[in-house]
Design a protein around this ligand. Structure first.
Ligand code: NAP
Ligand code: ZN
Length: 349
């Protein structure tokens, strides 16, 4: 066991503060990573504050991890000491159920083991990336091929990148498709960049009038202020796919109306309370679909990282020291992030 410095919450109402955690000794399949940067996902906040009612304390969030490998176990063939590496939202799964066999470990029938907050179906706690070091089995570690100077801005790809890439690809985003992205936060801004790189015509829906110029710079072809019914009406029956990344309960109907016949809106935002009821007729009359999607498998995460490296895509980040995490959470709640906070782990030393 090795003791490392971390930041975490002791209860739903206590701010994040320094604590020491133990990392397991290196097993044969394990890779030990010195964490250099960790992105700040809205899921970290949901978990630290027990908004999903499943948090095990102490809670050390962080699942957008990049760093350098400092040791490898005797059976590790895919990585060597000195390599750059990434870790996303999962660190284990059963490995033999149908979804795992298909490389979609996020849908593991026994529940994957989260990078933080332990296995989905209960058990020991796991501690995430708001820490100096992590030990992860090699099959859940990603290769980072971006230039090392972009490393901090690569971190958010490990959750925000894959959570948008996977559904965009699954629902056929590409040339000739008009794709809506709802919400310009951490996930949404990656969704805009990736959908644009996939060749789609991208419409960004935002509640923040101040984000219009940024959305266009990030790759949106059009921007709609979602609180303005006149602007929304322009897109009725126009969109081939909508990816909804909003972190708070909101009316879904106004967005369903924007889908073409047979088109889908996929929810990735995971608010702590249900969305207000939606009208079945917005589905029935145009055979529309409402769907959900969870991060992405390990193989697809590597594919996404390679896609982003090839297209020169990284996250737009604001770097913070670990000590500023509680203020960062408050700003995230006010949609005041441009567009992902990333913690510089050097600040933990
Ligand atoms: P974020 O950076 O806080 O962005 C959320 C965006 O939603 C905001 O920037 C804002 O965009 C919009 N928004 C916030 N409150 C709103 C409201 N009351 N009404 C309408 N729009 C609102 O959060 P994130 O890190 O991107 O995460 C978004 C959600 O996805 C969270 O619930 C997170 O837990 C979840 N998540 C899910 C998965 C998955 O696998 N499905 C993975 C990661 C995260 P505008 O200012 O542009 O309106
Ligand atoms: Zn996340």
């Amino acid at each position: 066991m090795s003791k490392v410095k971390a930041y975490g919450a002791q209860s739903a109402t206590s701010p994040l503060a320094p604590l020491d955690i133990e990392r397991r000794p290196l097993a044969a399949e394990d890779v030990q990573i010195d964490i250099l940067y960790c992105g700040v996902c809205h899921s970290d906040l949901h978990t630290a504050r027990n908004e999903w009612k499943n948090t095990i304390y102490p809670s050390v969030p962080g699942h957008e991890i990049v760093g350098r490998i400092t040791a490898v176990g005797s059976n590790v063939t895919q990585f060597k000491v000195g390599d750059l590496a990434g870790v996303g939202c999962m660190v284990d799964s059963c490995g033999h159920c149908h979804p795992c066999a298909e490389g979609e470990e996020q849908y593991c029938e026994s529940g994957f083991t989260g990078t933080y907050n332990g296995p989905v179906f209960g058990g020991e706690n796991t501690y995430g990336g708001y820490s100096q070091q992590i030990v992860v089995k090699q099959s859940f570690v990603l290769h980072v091929t971006h230039d090392v100077k972009d490393l901090a801005a690569v971190a958010p790809l490990l959750c925000a990148g894959i959570t948008t890439y996977s559904p965009l690809k699954h629902w056929g985003t590409g040339p000739g498709k008009k794709v809506g992205i709802v919400g310009l936060g951490g996930l949404g801004h990656m969704g805009v960049k990736i959908a644009h790189a996939m060749g789609a015509h991208v419409v960004l829906f935002t509640t923040s009038a101040g984000k219009v110029a940024d959305a266009k710079r990030l790759g949106a072809d059009e921007v709609c202020i979602s609180s303005d019914p006149e602007q929304m009406a322009k897109y009725a029956n126009q969109l081939d796919f909508i990816l909804n990344t909003v972190a708070a309960p909101h009316a879904l109907d106004p967005y369903m109306q924007l889908l073409k016949k047979d088109a889908t809106m996929t929810l990735v935002g995971a608010p702590d309370r249900p969305h207000p009821g939606f009208e079945v007729f917005s589905l029935i009359f145009k055979r529309r679909h409402l769907a959900g999607s969870l991060i992405g498998g390990i193989a697809e995460t590597q594919e996404m990282l390679d896609f982003c490296a090839k297209h020169g895509i990284v996250s737009d980040i604001e770097m913070i020291p670990m000590q500023d995490i509680n203020t960062a959470y408050e700003r995230m709640l006010k949609s005041d992030v441009k567009y992902r906070f990333v913690v510089d782990m050097a600040s933990l030393k």
